[in-house]
Write a protein that binds this ligand. Sequence first.
Ligand code: F6P
Length: 537
Amino acid sequence: MKQQWQALRAHQSEVGTKSIAGLLENPARAAEFSARHGDMLFDFSKTTLDAKALSHLLDLAKQADVEARREAMFSGAKINETEGRAVLHTALRNLNAAVKVDGEAVMPPVRATYARMAEFAHDLRRGKICGQGGAYTDVVNIGIGGSDLGPAMAYLALAPYADGPRCHFVSNVDGAHIHDTLRGLNPETTLVIIASKTFTTIETMTNAETARAWMAKKVANPAAQFAAVSTAADKTAAFGIDAARVFGFDDWVGGRYSVWGPIGLSLMLAIGPAGFDDFLAGGADMDAHFRHALPSQNLPILLALVGIWHNQICGYTTRAVLPYEQRLTRLPAYLQQLEMESNGKRVSMDGADLVEHSGPVVWGEPGTNGQHAFYQLIHQGTRVVPCEFIVTRQGHEPELAHQHLLLVANCLAQSEALMRGRTLAQATEIMAKKGLTGAELDRQARHRVFPGNRPSTTLAIPRLTPFALGQIIALYEHRVFVEGVILGLNSFDQWGVELGKELAVALQPILERRASADDKDASTRMLVEYLTAAPNA
Ligand code: F6P
């Protein structure tokens, strides 16, 4: 692989400064540097990638054995080597798959749980299953990380399809979160879902206790208004949740990949089993594309290669995800976990230090809001931020179609502005027309220069349906997978979150003044002192 990395670096030093606008003067470029799958269009022509760079990148993917690793993942091999686990979230969206782990067929229990979930959702939505005060009006999902971000993001994204109970999501251990969420809800018509793969996560279990106490104030049998989603049946039973309301899954579903199964229960309750099936079908459709399309036409592979080009080769350390779709407001946060928890590693699978940098910092906000906030830096800051735009042809509000066109115009304008920029000569001409002259003209013009040649990609889809959302999430999952394989790391563990958890457990008794802070560093001792001082002290 060393040879491929070197070839890419050598090539980047030749083409890295090439003008993207100049490249696009080639009339074939837009078609050649874009790919389609079904109705989806991925345009990466507004980057400095040229044919040679792409061919080196495809070669890199080949040398990394992406295709063999991909088949290993789909077939149930234990590719999460540090935890000795298979990685089979793809099986959750392909219920007819015949997958074995350790020689055992894993799908029969998955199908059985799915059938129970669908029946539960169906019965709850039509009022057959109800709370002490009648049909459920509200569902509170208590979970964090992958047990929150997926369903919370998808619930907002698919609001036009939600015709079930209202869903609320509590994740933070900050009591303000659960306090503000429960305020105004009626315990008698609220279902609480405790979503935790391990059923040990301190934030989730603390919030679960708070919810139970809240419920107990008004409901005679609070446990009857709880459901749980977890791999730990013993712990859900110990919490007092009826086994009929517990939906289990296996350790081969990573937290950040879990929205497709029982962790998606709140979403299924909101949009109904049929809508949820469409969501799964979108994911399965992207899986099939990922498995069978040629690498040069393969959306997840191309997205990954553009990512590697920008991060490892060009040295751009962050990546902005900018959906021009208000309902994807939580997508950047979802992708932050997906990408940074998966590929934010420092050693390769065999424990050696990584040769290349790990994954980028992922961040973003929906357009056009971001335009009036941080785009200033994207356009004129000294560092380059590759931007990944997402845009839909059609909204869900036909009466507001003119607003959707304005949204689309803004999205296209941003990628064009990033690419074209504005030269000093152009800025000077504009300011001269306003009557400025001499040194002041020069000074003012210089503030209005945009360097341009800033790369972006655009993912365009017809409409944000459950199917399309499924495609998008699976697209990004596989992109992360391909990047991880190329970097040689394990995308499926998350040891980096452990140390802070352990230290928090040790700090709690110190904050409660039950233990001494003497063995803590001076900074921590000072902060403990400050934070435990009597109010107004
Ligand atoms: O702390 C990280 C993490 O383990 C995530 O990977 C996971 O999604 C989240 O915590 C929640 O874990 P659980 O579902 O076990 O409560």
